[in-house]
Design a binder for this molecule. Structure first.
Ligand code: SAM
Length: 425
């Protein structure tokens, strides 16, 4: 209807001198698929106005066809407001599903005839059937409407609107096990400043666990490599006593603090620009969240030196794990994201050496973005030389992002354990 060519085409057809009747697969919501799927945006009166124009051009009749029967009510009476043309309807009772037909078996000839009667009462002057409508349906229809005249009835509003209007939405909003409404998701209000790391699947994986709502409550929390502050802000929203956000990037720290302000939790958020490798922690934390860079880089393909040389891709993660015994309180928990392109064995070794243990509390699939593809050769090398891996589906490479919950190992109660006397947090 938006395309002027349709009117030019109808013009050409009319020039033949033959009677021209037009039929469209359209309902009140616009273009409509054979099983009622709505293909386009709401169109207002576009089709109705086009109907008026077809009449002026000399078209002989207008119909709707090959749409499911429940999309018919309201169409004829609505079109009647725009045109005096004879109006028709011939919906379907089936459609192709893949290479097979799927028919609506519930509507038998008698039921179809009843529907036809309703279309007639609404004003249909031409009634028939499209795909899946059998000769028996048509015969029953013909008998039923034989002595009737087209009416001017308007079906009730709910029938005309097909239950798609906002007031027909489910009475109960979607909520999670805790009864929190999750549609829309109560995601923190976050802005990502230019140059600051934009959250990815790994960030969302950690966030999802923190969104549990109670993690960090009344606790001292640390966000290592805070980026825009997605994790810091959620912890503060959970009711953390305080959250310390650190990042090597000054803008990331500023961004985190600004996002804290946006979410009304700035009073419990502190930030520090610091290189984790240089950091000398002076306090301990009950909950630590870390979603850090993990990218194997081939030292021979990185002559410019603008990316940190990191053969196994795990330098920062390993350094963080080594720091953990000094960072965690006695019952502290760390949530650490690790990609599968880094091995499990080395992580396990380092954790054990620090008197720590880990369990997987969640995982998700992490696509190979362009940056990972650039380093694909080195990733393959690391996978050959260790237990690192990724999955491959058709031509797509996919990593698994694991969320580890790290705590002190009970089998090693004394190793790296904090005692009240040496706690500074
Ligand atoms: C993968 S991003 C994660 C950001 C954020 N936590 C998230 O989930 O969206 C890693 C962050 O670590 C920071 N980072 C990188 N190297 C660092 C280092 N040596 N010390 C501290 N932070 C570092 C980066 O600036 C970046 O913001």
């Amino acid at each position: 209807m938006r395309d002027p060519e349709i009117f030019e085409t109808v013009e050409r057809l009319l020039e033949t001198g033959l009677p021209v009747w037009l039929s469209f697969r359209r309902c009140r919501h616009g273009v409509c698929g054979v099983f009622g799927q709505h293909w386009g945006p709401p169109e207002g009166d576009l089709f109705g106005r086009a109907a008026g124009r077809f009449e002026e051009m000399g078209v002989g009749a207008l119909a709707i066809n090959c749409l499911p029967v429940d999309h018919v009510p309201g169409m004829i009476s609505w079109l009647r407001d725009f045109t005096d043309l004879p109006l028709g309807v011939y919906p379907n009772l089936g459609h192709m599903a893949g290479s097979r037909w799927r028919f609506d078996e519930k509507i038998d000839p008698a039921a179809y005839a009843e529907l036809g009667l309703a279309w007639r009462e609404e004003g249909a002057q031409i009634i028939g059937g499209c795909c899946g409508v059998t000769p028996e349906h048509i015969a029953a229809l013909a008998t039923t409407v034989a002595d009737t005249k087209p009416g001017r009835k308007r079906p009730p509003l709910d029938e005309r609107l097909l239950g798609l209007e906002p007031d027909a939405s489910p009475a109960e909003p979607w909520s999670d096990e805790q009864g929190r409404v999750v549609f829309p998701l109560p995601f923190p209000k976050l802005m990502v400043d230019e140059g600051v790391f934009v959250p990815t699947t790994g960030s969302y994986l950690v966030w999802k666990t923190l969104f549990d709502g109670t993690l960090g409550r009344e606790q001292a929390c640390l966000d290592v490599g805070c980026g825009c502050g997605i994790l810091s802000v959620q912890l503060a929203l959970n009711g953390a006593a305080r959250v310390h956000a650190i990042d090597i990037d000054e803008s990331a720290v500023a961004n985190t603090l600004a996002n804290g302000f946006r979410n009304g939790v700035a009073d419990r958020l502190t930030g520090e620009t610091v290189d984790l490798y240089q950091w000398e922690p002076t306090e301990r934390f009950d909950l630590i969240a870390a979603s850090l860079y993990q990218m194997p880089v081939d030292p021979y393909e990185e002559p410019s030196g603008h990316r940190p040389l990191d053969y196994w891709g795990r330098n920062l993660l390993d350094h963080f794990i080594r720091l953990l015994p000094r960072l965690l309180t006695e019952d502290g928990i760390a949530y650490v994201m690790q990609l599968s392109i880094l091995g499990q064995t080395q992580t396990g070794r380092l954790l054990a050496a620090g008197g720590l243990k880990a369990k997987v509390v969640d995982f998700s699939f992490f696509p190979f973005g362009p940056f990972f593809m650039q380093n694909k050769g080195q990733i393959d090398r690391v996978e050959q030389l260790s237990d690192a891996y990724h999955l491959r589906f058709a031509d797509e490479d996919v990593m698994v992002a694991y969320l580890l919950e790290v705590t002190r190992s009970s089998s090693n109660p004394d190793e790296g354990v904090t005692h009240d006397s040496d706690r500074s947090a």
